[in-house]
Write a protein that binds this ligand. Structure first.
Ligand code: BGC
Length: 937
C-alpha cells in the first residue's frame, strides 16, 4: 500500500464506486443482467471507441492520464469475451470514420456518425455471441443547448436502424446510454430491448464503474434525478425555453415531477427517483412525529425481499394542503441511501424534515402573510418509498396557518404575467389554471439606496500586513483603511485566463494582483474549473470525475463527500484554492446544454449534493464556487436571454439549492450568471447577492462574476458595468488581463467620480476578498503555518512525462533562423508538438508565431501553452474575438544545450502561420555587451 497522502489509485476507486452507484437501470427483463461469467458479448455503437467522459466546454476540459470506456473495461475482464468478428468490422470502419472534434469551442457535434448495422451484420453477430450491448453516446455543453432533433435529444436514423436490427437478431439486447442528461426514450417501447440503463458520463473511471454493474459486482442503486416524460413537448418549460431575449417561466414552481405528478402522470415514462435493482425491497412507513417548532421525523423500514444484497434509496415526499397558495402534489423533503442490505435483512431509516423545508413562500399575501414562509392550515401527508410514486404514508394536521419565517419582498418580477396554479376537479385530479404573478413594488437599486455602507476613512499605508489581521493585531477595517483608490479598484479585478501569477493554465487569479496589494501581504489566490476535475490549460493532467447528473443519481451524499475530499487534495496539490463548481442550476428543461454539469430538476437533491461536495473539499481548506447564481437554465443567448420568474419560484426552486449549500455546508464562494433575471443582471443585483445571499442566509464568502460577464440593467449596453457590480457587493469581476492597467476599461473610476458606486462599496468588497484569502492555503503557505499538508504533497510531486507526440527537428547549425512549416504543427484539442532545438551556440533563443482564432463564438477560449522542456514558459490564450492575425513571441534565455519547445493546445480553434525559432544572441555576446555597459558606467 502506498503511503502517499494524495493516492490516485484510492481516488480512482472512489470514483469507480460513484459511477457504479450512479448507473440507473430502467429495464431488466428476464434478469438479463447481471451478465453470467463466460458470456460472449457483441458490442455495438461507435461510442465504444469514444466513450464520453464528460460534456464539453469549461466543465469538461480536464486533461486526464487515461480514460477507461465500456469497451476497455470489458476487454480487461477475463470473465467476458467480446465478439472479435464484430470488433474487426468496427475497427476498419472507425479508421475511415474517425472522431469529429469540430473546430474550437462549442462546435464538437453532439453525436458522432454511427456505423450502419445491417440485418446481416446483426445476425452474424448474434450467431457468435450470447448478448448484444448497444452503446448510444451524446455530448453537449457550454454555449449551445441541445435540440429536440435527431442526434441530440432524439436518436438518429442510423441509431434507429441499429436498435431495430440488433433487437430483431438478438434475444438479449442491453442498451447503455453514455449521455450527460436524459434523452428521448420513446424507442424503448418500439424496439423493446431486454435491458436499458443510463450510464451517464463517468469521467476517467467510467467504464470500470459500468462494468461493476454489468457483472453484478455492484447491485445497481442509482435513481433518476429527473423525470423522463414521453415527449419533449410534455415538459411545461419547453414552451418557454431557448428564447433569445426573454423566457417567461410560466410553469412557475411546477418544474419536472412537481408538474407531472400534479397534472400529467400519464405523460411519464420513468418517474423521478426511479431505478431498478437486482434485488427487491419493501419499504414501510412506521412512524411520524411532527410539531411546528421541530418539524417532522419519519421512521421507515426497508427489507430486502430478493436474493442479492443491495442498497436502496429511501425517498420522502410531502403533499402539502392546496391551501390558498396551491401546491404540487409531491415535493421531495428527505432521502437516505441505505447501506448494502442482505437478503431478508431489515434496516431502519430515520429522516428529519425541518419545518422551514416544509413551508411555502407567499409572494402575494394571499395567506395574509406577504413575503413570508408559511405552513398553511390543513393536512400534510408524507409518502415514503423508492421513487416519487411512493405509496406508504403518514399524515399530520395543522389547524391554523403559521408563519415559519418572515422575509421581505426581493427579486420580484417587474412585469406582469400569469403562472400555473392547480385547480381541483370533482374526481380529485388537478387541472392547470393561471393566476397573475405579483410584480415588484421596489427595485434592487432602490433597496441598495436604503442601505449604503459607511466609508472607512483612508489612512494611507501604516505598515499593516494581512497577517496582522489574521493574528488579531489589526482589525480588517484598519487594514483596508490603508488602501488607495487605485488599490480598491484593482483588488476587485480578477486576472486570467492562464495568469502567470498562479498555477499555469488555470481560470483566474485574485487578491494580490498588483505590486501595491502584494506589498500589503495579500497573496494571489487561484481558482479554476470545475466542476468534475481540475482544468489546467497548460496540459497538466488531473483526475476526471463523474459528472453532476451521474453523481446526483447516486443519491449517496457520503460518497460525494468522500470523492470531493480527494478533489480537494488534488486542488491543494496543484495550488488551486477554489474550484469553479459545483454547478447547481436546475434541470428546468432536458435541452439545457450544461445539464451534465448540474444535478437535478429538484432543488432539495441539488442543494444536498452541492453541500456534501463542499464539505469534502473543506476538509483541506479548499472550497468550491457554487454556480451559476441563479436561474442559468439555458445556454442559448447566455449573455442576453432574460429569465422572468415569480418570487415564489425563485425562492422555492431556483435559490433553494444554493440556500442549502450556504446554510448546511458554509459555502464560501459564489459565481453569478451571465444572463439577467427579472430585468437586471445577476452580477449587479443587490437583492440577490447582498439581501438574500448575505443578509438572509448569512453567507460570508466572496461573490465573483462569470468570465467576462456584463452587469447593470437589461439593455444597458455591452461593456461590463463594474460600478454596478461592486455596488451590489459582487466582489470580484472575472477576468481581466491586468488589474493594474485596467485592461478591460471598466468604469470603476467614473463610477466613483459620479457616485453610482462609493469608496465604501469597494472597501466592503476588498474586506470580503481579504477575509476569504486568510482562510485559504495560499495564505497558509505565505505565513508558513497550517501547511503540513502542502509540504507532504510537495514531497510527493511526480515528474510529468515529457511527451514526444509530434516531433519537429529545428536545426540551427546552418542558419540563425529556423522556419517551421505551420502545417506540421497539430493544433487540435489536447495536441502536444515537440520542437527539438539543436542549438547553434549557447545563448538566447526566441519563438515567434503569427496566430489568430478561427471563426468562433466571442467567448471561445483557445489556450496555447509553451514549455521549455518540462517547464511552462508562457500560456497564450486567444478568445473568439481575436480574429485578426497577431504576432506572439516567447523568449528562452541562456540555452546552453539542445532543448525541447513543447507547444500544447488544450482546445482546437487556433490558426498559425509563420512559425520561426530564432537565435537572438550568444552568451558570449551578452557578456561582452554587459561588460561594455559596465565600462561605460
Ligand atoms: C463558464 C463558467 C466557467 C468560466 C471559467 C465560463 O464560460 O460559464 O462556468 O467557470 O467560464 O472557465
Amino acid at each position: 500500500m502506498s503511503g502517499k497522502l494524495f493516492d490516485e489509485n484510492k481516488f480512482a476507486a472512489v470514483a469507480r464506486r460513484a459511477v457504479a452507484e450512479g448507473v440507473v437501470l430502467l429495464k431488466n427483463d428476464g434478469d438479463v443482467l447481471p451478465l453470467q461469467k463466460g458470456t460472449t458479448i457483441s458490442l455495438f455503437g461507435r461510442s465504444q471507441y469514444n466513450y464520453y467522459k464528460s460534456g464539453t466546454g469549461s466543465g469538461g476540459m480536464v486533461n486526464t492520464k487515461y480514460v477507461i470506456g465500456v469497451k476497455e473495461a470489458l476487454e480487461a475482464d477475463d470473465r467476458y469475451n467480446l465478439n472479435q468478428d464484430l470488433k474487426a468490422i468496427y475497427d476498419e470502419w472507425i479508421k475511415e470514420n474517425p472522431f469529429d472534434a469540430g473546430i474550437g469551442w462549442a462546435s464538437e457535434p453532439w453525436f458522432q456518425k454511427e456505423m450502419v448495422i445491417t440485418p446481416e451484420i446483426a445476425k452474424a453477430a448474434a450467431a457468435k455471441s450470447d448478448v448484444a450491448i448497444v452503446l448510444i453516446g451524446r455530448t453537449a455543453g457550454e454555449d449551445q443547448d441541445n435540440s429536440a432533433t435527431a442526434g441530440s435529444y432524439l436518436l438518429t436514423e442510423d441509431e434507429h436502424t441499429m436498435m431495430k436490427n440488433v433487437t430483431e437478431a438478438f434475444e438479449k439486447t442491453i442498451v447503455l446510454l453514455n449521455v450527460g442528461n436524459i434523452i428521448d426514450m420513446k424507442w424503448v417501447e418500439k424496439y423493446n430491448p431486454s435491458a436499458v440503463a443510463y450510464i451517464w458520463q463517468g469521467g476517467q473511471e467510467g467504464g470500470n464503474g459500468v462494468l461493476d454493474v454489468l457483472s453484478g459486482d455492484v447491485n445497481p442503486a442509482g435513481r433518476l434525478s429527473d423525470t423522463i416524460a414521453y415527449d419533449i413537448d410534455d415538459y411545461p418549460s419547453t414552451a418557454n425555453f431557448g428564447k433569445k431575449k426573454r423566457n417567461i417561466q410560466q410553469e412557475d414552481i411546477y418544474v419536472g415531477y412537481r408538474y407531472f405528478e400534479t397534472f400529467a402522470k400519464d405523460k411519464v415514462l420513468y418517474p423521478f427517483g426511479f431505478g431498478l435493482s437486482y434485488t427487491s425491497f419493501d419499504i414501510k412507513c412506521c412512524s411520524l412525529e411532527f410539531d411546528i417548532t421541530n418539524g417532522a421525523t419519519v421512521v421507515a423500514t426497508v427489507t430486502n425481499t430478493g436474493s442479492r444484497k443491495g442498497q436502496q434509496v429511501v425517498q420522502l415526499y410531502l403533499e402539502k394542503p392546496q391551501g390558498k397558495l396551491g401546491n404540487p402534489s409531491r415535493v421531495l423533503v428527505g432521502f437516505e441511501k441505505t447501506k448494502e442490505i442482505e437478503p431478508g435483512e431489515t434496516v431502519e431509516c430515520e429522516i428529519h424534515v425541518p419545518a422551514y423545508y416544509m413551508s411555502c413562500y407567499d409572494d402575494s399575501g394571499v395567506t395574509g402573510h406577504k413575503s413570508a414562509y408559511v405552513l398553511e392550515q390543513g393536512t400534510y401527508t408524507f409518502y415514503v418509498g423508492g421513487d416519487v410514486r411512493a405509496e406508504e404514508s403518514a399524515s399530520a394536521d395543522i389547524s391554523e396557518t403559521v408563519v415559519v419565517e418572515q422575509k421581505s419582498e426581493l427579486m420580484a418580477p417587474p412585469i406582469e404575467f400569469t403562472r400555473v396554479k392547480p385547480e381541483i376537479n370533482a374526481d380529485g385530479t388537478f387541472s392547470v389554471v393561471y393566476e397573475p404573478v405579483p410584480t415588484a413594488t421596489k427595485s434592487s437599486v432602490e433597496h441598495r439606496q436604503e442601505e449604503l455602507p459607511a466609508e472607512i476613512t483612508q489612512t494611507g499605508d501604516k505598515g499593516y500586513k494581512l497577517v496582522d489581521v489574521a493574528k488579531g493585531r489589526v482589525s480588517m477595517e484598519d487594514f483596508i483603511a490603508q488602501f488607495s483608490d487605485d488599490d480598491l479598484v484593482a483588488i476587485v479585478r480578477g486576472e486570467g485566463m492562464s495568469s502567470p501569477k498562479v498555477t499555469p493554465g488555470t481560470g483566474g487569479a485574485f487578491g494580490g494582483v498588483t505590486d501595491s496589494l502584494l506589498g500589503y501581504g495579500i497573496p494571489v489566490a487561484c481558482c479554476t474549473d470545475g466542476p468534475s476535475g481540475i482544468r489546467m490549460d497548460s496540459g497538466k493532467k488531473a483526475f476526471a470525475m463523474p459528472n453532476g447528473t451521474l453523481l446526483a443519481s447516486t443519491w449517496n451524499l457520503e460518497l460525494m463527500e468522500e470523492l470531493y475530499q480527494w478533489e480537494g487534495l488534488e486542488l491543494r496539490k496543484n495550488k488551486v484554492d477554489v474550484l469553479l463548481g459545483p454547478g447547481m442550476n436546475l434541470h428546468r428543461n432536458p435541452l439545457n446544454g450544461r445539464n451534465f454539469e448540474y444535478f437535478s430538476e429538484d432543488p432539495f437533491l441539488t442543494g444536498k449534493c452541492a453541500a456534501y461536495q463542499l464539505k469534502g473539499m473543506h476538509k483541506y481548506h479548499i472550497t468550491g464556487t457554487i454556480k451559476h447564481f441563479a436561474l442559468n437554465t439555458q445556454e442559448t443567448s447566455r449573455h442576453y436571454a432574460e429569465h422572468v420568474a415569480s418570487e415564489r419560484a425563485i425562492r422555492e426552486l431556483y435559490l433553494k439549492g444554493y440556500e442549502i449549500a450556504v446554510k448546511e455546508a458554509g459555502a464560501h464562494a459564489v459565481m453569478t450568471t451571465y444572463g439577467p433575471v427579472n430585468g437586471r443582471y445577476t452580477s449587479s443585483n443587490f437583492d440577490l447577492v447582498t439581501k438574500i445571499l448575505r443578509d438572509e442566509w448569512g453567507f460570508e464568502g466572496i461573490v465573483m462574476t462569470d468570465w467576462w460577464a456584463k452587469g447593470g440593467n437589461v439593455g444597458a449596453g455591452d461593456g461590463a458595468d463594474m460600478a454596478d457590480i461592486v455596488a451590489a457587493q459582487n466582489d470580484l469581476y472575472m477576468v481581466t488581463t491586468s488589474a493594474a492597467d485596467n485592461t478591460n476599461n471598466d468604469n470603476s473610476l467614473e463610477g466613483l467620480a459620479n457616485g453610482t458606486v462609493t469608496r465604501a462599496d469597494y472597501q466592503r468588497c476588498a474586506a470580503n476578498i481579504c477575509r476569504f484569502i486568510i482562510s485559504k492555503p495560499v495564505f497558509f503557505r505565505l505565513i508558513n503555518e497550517n501547511n503540513e499538508i502542502d509540504n507532504q504533497l510537495l514531497d510527493e510531486a511526480d515528474e510529468e512525462e515529457l511527451s514526444y507526440d509530434n516531433m519537429i527537428d529545428c536545426n540551427f547549425k546552418e542558419s540563425s533562423v529556423f522556419a517551421i512549416d505551420p502545417s506540421e504543427i497539430r493544433t487540435g484539442r489536447d495536441s502536444a508538438n515537440m520542437l527539438s532545438v539543436a542549438i547553434k551556440e549557447r545563448g538566447d533563443y526566441r519563438l515567434t508565431m503569427t496566430v489568430r482564432a478561427k471563426n468562433l463564438s466571442a467567448l471561445a477560449q483557445i489556450p496555447l501553452t509553451v514549455f521549455r522542456d518540462r517547464d511552462i514558459v508562457k500560456t497564450i490564450t486567444l478568445t473568439g474575438e481575436d480574429r485578426e492575425w497577431q504576432t506572439v513571441s516567447v523568449d528562452f534565455a541562456d540555452c546552453f544545450a539542445s532543448f525541447y519547445i513543447k507547444l500544447y493546445f488544450a482546445q482546437n480553434g487556433m490558426e498559425i502561420k509563420d512559425v520561426n525559432v530564432e537565435f537572438v544572441c550568444s552568451k558570449e555576446q551578452e557578456i561582452h555587451d554587459m561588460l561594455a555597459r559596465l565600462g561605460e558606467d
